[in-house]
Write a protein that binds this ligand. Structure first.
Ligand code: DAH
Length: 340
């Protein structure tokens, strides 16, 4: 028995095959039910019982070795045949390809993230398909509040609870619901509104929301943070101006203007001869909003702000038509090569 096993091992070791078919034929010859290896297993029954243990071991080794050898032969053919089938011509010259450029909105979004990153704000985003709670109710827009009209919303007709988010403020809620203060984060993302498309408005645009919740956060902290941002974004000589405004989720609320970086504040077409351009809304987070998210408004305060990335990019690069951002015209996009 042992001799027959050794003999088969040597035979299988030296097998050569010219094709995958041949490997399969040989596999059947040795390993099929009636194959040479299996026959030995049949004969095993007549081995005297004191030898069974030793011979059994040898037989198993033989079977494993045979299986390994056939697997190996098969894989050799597998790769060789794939290479033939792919018809890959590695000597073909490549087509000339210009390196691409970052989209101006991506450049500015990255700058905003970097600027806030330097003062400890981390980054997150929320879903673009939102529910009423996160987009409106938790932000203190009660069901029939006229403030809902400020944002022309895309609703899903089959379920009025679901909508496309109209602002990134919804991401504030998702964060406050799941994290404990201190929270110092920004939320860049895409938002959607049912607006007629023009040089100044679009149904798709991008915002960055900011949120800072901790003990003793004051309006002075908000102002200082926004001033730092404006100077980093538009240059050291930039001035800011805060005007009182209204948002349901902040109290008090404000809108921030920066001195026009095109005319230096003297007055031009871009700033409509006022010397100032509005870039964001902001305020102290309303205690109702904190409570809606399970944060104790007796212990914590915070500020929030929201800005449009398109608007900031238009100011920074003096772009006069918002539609250019979405048209993918390479004559426009190519002008941002330097940002690589
Ligand atoms: N969500 C507002 C909008 O889209 C912008 C905004 C204003 C965000 C004030 C804020 C804020 O976080 O405090 O018009």
């Amino acid at each position: 028995m042992r001799e027959r096993i050794d003999h088969l091992i040597a035979e299988i070791d030296s097998i050569k095959a010219a094709s995958l078919d041949e490997v399969e034929q040989l596999r059947l010859k040795y390993l099929s039910k009636k194959g040479l290896v299996s026959v030995l297993f049949d004969d095993f029954k007549s081995v005297p019982s004191e030898k069974k243990r030793e011979v059994g071991q040898l037989l198993n080794d033989l079977k494993n070795k045979a299986q390994e050898r056939f697997d190996q032969l098969k894989s050799e053919f597998g790769t060789r045949e794939d290479a033939v089938v792919s018809h890959l011509d590695l000597t073909r010259p490549v087509d000339h390809m210009e390196p691409g450029t970052r989209h101006p909105l991506s450049i500015v979004r990255k700058q905003i993230i970097d600027i806030f990153g330097r003062i400890g704000f981390s980054v997150a985003d929320g879903p673009e398909i939102e529910d009423d709670w996160h987009n409106f109710s938790a932000l203190n827009f009660t069901a029939d509040h006229p403030a809902r009209d400020m944002q022309d919303t895309f609703f899903i007709s089959e379920n009025p609870e679901i909508m496309l988010r109209t602002h990134t403020s919804s991401a504030q809620i998702r964060t406050m619901e799941t994290r404990k203060p201190p929270i110092r984060m920004i939320f860049p993302g895409r938002v959607l509104r049912n607006e007629a498309i023009s040089a100044r408005a679009h149904c798709i645009f991008h915002q960055v929301e900011g949120l800072y919740i901790d003990k003793h956060v004051s309006f002075a902290d908000l102002k200082q943070t926004l001033m730092y941002f404006a100077k980093e974004m538009f240059g050291e000589h930039t001035k800011i101006r805060l005007r009182p405004s209204y948002f349901p989720f902040t109290e008090p609320s404000g809108e921030m203007d920066v001195s026009c970086n095109i005319c230096g504040g003297v007055g031009c077409n871009i700033c409509k001869h006022s010397g100032w351009v509005e870039i964001l809304g902001c305020g102290m987070v309303d205690p109702n909003v904190l409570e809606n998210c399970g944060i104790d408004s007796q212990i914590y305060t915070g500020f929030a702000f929201g800005m449009g990335i398109e608007r900031i990019t238009m100011l920074k690069y003096q772009i006069k038509d918002l539609r250019l951002f979405f048209e993918n015209d390479v004559r426009f996009l190519r002008q941002f090569t330097g940002a690589f």
